[in-house]
Design a protein around this ligand. Structure first.
Ligand code: 13P
Ligand code: SF4
Length: 345
């Protein structure tokens, strides 16, 4: 394509600038032998670019798997920091770039290794299971890492062996898994700023106006919201439910970035965002993760152009974290059923 010529006659300047930027990013991805791996919560622009360039859009577990299997020497992770760190834990020989390292996560921030390690040491009789939304240092102290797509199965497996669990950091997901499995779980009291804002009363009001809509909820949401859901599951499981369930309309309780993939999976169906506290007036996130939103075409172009920021992890931490991440991946590979459903799908 000759970029000195208008792409489409009459295309507005902003659309033309965007098309030129995408063209430059595609060229940089090739030049740098890089593949773009994006989370469902990132902007639709980034998800579309990942798909168009042979990259991948998925949940946190599958992002890790894809980056591990792909031959590119550079992984560009559009998501939040723990996703880039997981990619580096699994691929020390690869360069792992992120549009910004400031994209963190309230769960990760609320569970520092400085506080978490002594807490684990105080409970030596418990198997330490941490959610993937944690730092490499916290993963290094854990026995198991899990994502929302595999948490239930891992906890059932450990409980069947008579093990007691120390769970961190998300209290809502932890409570949900405990209710479903009856496991003995000591639960760290972290939460997600996005999911914590979904509200039962406002959800019931929306359900009254859309009585035929199914409610799909991510298990980081409060128990009062999960109790109203027709299906609870990981991001991938929610998209699959949108595609396969017979309902024509869905109320979606997770980050609204997921709607790009849901509409792609079920173009004839209607998707409504679950309401957050204050209907947007007082909510902090308004159903969009502020850290995921730091990923943009501009920050992506910058990281590809300058080769930084790059994820680095001290080798002893990486090696220790690798054991708990690999335990999860091996367990997931062993599961006969596809690793999607978390609960009452
Ligand atoms: P998934 O593991 O379902 O992708 O969720 C990650 C996340 O950060 C949810 O808020
Ligand atoms: Fe963390 Fe919540 Fe953002 Fe997911 S949506 S990355 S759990 S803050």
């Amino acid at each position: 394509m000759n970029m000195s010529q208008p792409l489409v006659r009459g295309m507005p300047d902003t659309a033309l600038d965007r098309a030129r930027q995408i063209h430059r990013i595609k060229a940089l991805l090739k030049k740098e032998d890089a593949v773009l791996v994006a989370h469902y919560y990132t902007d639709a622009d980034l998800q579309a670019l990942a798909e168009e360039t042979g990259g991948y859009v998925s949940d946190s577990l599958d992002m890790a798997r894809f980056g591990h299997d792909h031959p590119a020497s550079t992984l560009v992770v559009a998501g939040v920091r723990f996703m880039g760190e997981t990619a580096k834990i699994l691929n020390p020989e690869k360069r792992v770039l992120m549009p910004t390292l400031d994209a963190t996560c309230s769960l990760d921030e609320g569970c520092s290794a400085r506080e978490f390690i002594p807490y684990c040491d105080a409970h030596p009789d418990r198997t330490v299971v941490v959610y993937a939304n944690t730092s490499a240092e916290v993963k290094a102290r854990a026995d198991w890492v899990v994502t929302s797509s595999i948490a239930m199965q891992v906890v059932r497996h450990l409980t069947a062996q008579g093990q007691k669990i120390l769970w961190a950091p998300d209290r809502h997901l932890g409570d949900y898994v405990r209710r479903e499995t009856g496991a003995d779980m000591l639960i760290w009291q972290g939460s997600c700023v996005v999911h914590e804002e979904f509200r039962r009363e406002a959800l019931l009001e929306l359900k009254r106006r859309h009585p035929h809509a199914d409610v799909l909820a991510h298990p980081e949401s409060p128990a009062s919201v999960l109790a109203e859901a027709d299906m609870v599951g990981s991001t991938s499981a929610m998209i699959e439910a949108a595609r396969t369930r017979t309902a024509r309309s869905f109320i979606v309780a997770t980050d609204h970035g997921i709607l790009y993939k849901m509409r792609q999976a079920a173009p004839d169906k209607e998707f409504l965002e679950a309401p957050t506290g204050g209907h947007g007036a007082t909510c902090k996130s308004c159903a969009h993760c502020p850290w995921m939103a730091m990923n943009s075409l501009t920050t992506l172009e910058q990281v590809l152009r300058h080769g930084k920021p790059e994820i680095t992890i001290p080798e002893p931490v990486r090696a220790a974290a690798l054991q708990s991440v690999e335990r999860m991946l091996a367990f997931a590979a062993d599961q006969r059923k596809p690793v999607l459903g978390l609960g009452n799908t």
